[in-house]
Design a protein around this ligand. Structure first.
Ligand code: ACO
Length: 431
């Protein structure tokens, strides 16, 4: 972040303040209001943080108008096409693409931490049989702080690194076991001879009674889904992780907080909600009815998988996801999939509709991901856990960046208080 030598003038109540303007390496300039309260005795008001940068960061950049997403400068479509998830993890965590030796070392460290502490099995068993896998994941990841005491001291860089590797390595096992528990099948242990995505697929879909061979095309599609969800700058769950960790909380507690936030239908839960919506629409002829409902201000219905706080253009991840959906359905011989047909036609109609055009509402990453996951055999309840698994690296990268920042302080937003002013307590018999 560089000082531009430019300032903005703010005058009110006879006061005149000069606010420095900071220049990012990309994106709009930023007004530095850090001294505003001290100098002007006023707060800023910005519910939903639509105009507020809460931190500086070198990890991910989004140009919402262009529909561009960069990780450490590299465009997401290049990473999705040419790279793979663990390499992208390395890039997000350490800032540069790894050399061949660095990559091998990183992959080996991740691969050798995939098992869960065996006593965590009892923790799983404590959940109700019909628990949602996201509820299980939130609990199990939070509980990691009770199992891995040697990586909870955030002031120790070595412990931070161990926690990082543990979280990335164990998340597929945690998510797969949450699924296995919910369907009453035995847990499948990780295998270190498989790559990250294949291992996850095997832990989800194999059973002890028979051999399971991972289809390399499905494994590639899975890996691509992980890559497309790896990070997305200061979204709600990432900001939750940052805020939680600003108090000095341990990494497992912070990532559990991120998972809990991601579960909401306006965020990571949208992929489940989107597939359910596409199925409810069912056939192409019913699309106009749903478009009309989405536009009706009296109806709370929204087109799931459409719209984004930052993208006012195509979400670049949605483009790659659409292509992957075609490939996976083709491979599985699922021709004329009615849900995919509804999705494509809905996209076509919505992006030409004046309401969606005017509000710049385009398909987001969740619009096609559910179709692919469904075709792979995942139930809708596993869509958000898969998102959480992939986003873990983004959360940890942002967490590491924040902890290493000497300017880090506890996050403590202010408020515009509109409640009653001071009044005297009245005894219950006099109320
Ligand atoms: N369908 C219909 N109308 C919509 C939609 C939608 N999907 N999204 C936004 N709008 C309309 C709103 O009604 C509002 O209209 P108004 O100005 O007339 O009141 C306008 O567009 C702006 O909407 P906001 O809610 O203010 O936009 P915001 O940036 O706060 O919301 C969000 C972004 C939450 C993603 C929203 O577009 C939405 O609810 N989309 C559906 C859920 C979804 O797909 N979420 C996934 C996001 S991506 C992710 O988390 C990975």
């Amino acid at each position: 972040m560089a000082d531009t030598n430019k300032t903005a003038k703010l005058s009110f109540d006879g006061k005149e303040l000069e606010l420095p303007i900071l220049s990012p390496s990309a994106g709009p300039d930023v007004l530095d209001i850090r001294k505003l309260y001290a100098q002007g005795d006023v707060f800023t008001y910005d519910p939903g943080f639509t105009s507020t940068a809460a931190c500086d960061s070198t990890i991910t950049f989004i140009d919402g108008d262009l529909g561009e997403l960069l990780h450490r400068g590299y465009p997401i479509d290049q990473l999705a096409e040419k790279s793979h998830f663990l390499e992208v993890c390395y890039l997000l965590l350490y800032g540069e693409l790894p050399s061949a030796v660095q990559l091998e070392d990183f992959e080996s460290r991740v691969t050798n931490h995939t098992m869960l502490h065996e006593q965590m099995v009892y923790f799983y068993r404590g959940f109700r049989r019909d628990a949602h896998p996201m509820a299980i994941m939130t609990g199990v990841v939070g509980a990691m702080s009770a199992f891995y005491h040697d990586s909870t001291d955030i002031t120790d860089p070595w412990q931070r690194e161990v926690a990082t590797i543990r979280l990335i390595a164990k998340m597929p096992t945690i998510a797969a076991w949450a699924y296995k528990f919910s369907i009453g099948q035995p847990f499948v242990y990780p295998r270190n001879d498989l790559d990250y995505a294949s291992n996850f697929l095997r832990m989800c879909f194999s059973v002890p009674a028979e051999e399971y061979e991972v289809n390399p095309i499905l494994s590639r599609a899975m890996d691509r889904i992980f890559t497309l969800h790896a990070d997305h700058e200061q979204n709600a769950s990432t900001s939750t992780v940052r805020l939680a960790s600003s108090s000095g909380a341990n990494p497992f507690a912070c990532i559990a907080a991120g998972i809990a936030c991601l579960w909401g239908p306006a965020h990571g839960g949208a992929n489940q909600a989107c597939l359910e919506m596409l199925r409810e629409i069912g056939t192409v002829d019913r699309i106009p009815e749903y478009i009309a409902r989405a536009k009706d201000k009296e109806d709370p219905f929204r087109l799931m998988g459409f719209g984004h706080r930052v993208y006012k253009n195509f979400d670049p991840r949605a483009k790659v996801m659409k292509q992957s959906a075609d490939e996976v359905l083709d491979l599985l011989g699922i021709e004329n999939n009615p849900t995919l047909q509804v999705a494509k036609e809905l996209e076509r109609i919505a992006i030409e509709d004046p309401y969606f055009k005017e509000k710049k509402l385009y398909p987001n990453v969740d619009f096609y991901s559910g179709i692919i996951l469904d075709a792979m055999g995942f139930p809708t309840s596993m869509f958000t856990p898969i998102f959480a698994l992939a986003r873990t690296v983004g959360w940890i990268s942002q967490w590491k960046e924040m902890i290493a920042d000497p300017q880090m302080k506890i996050g403590r937003p202010r408020q515009l208080y509109v409640g009653p002013t001071a009044r005297d307590y009245v005894d219950v018999e006099n109320r």
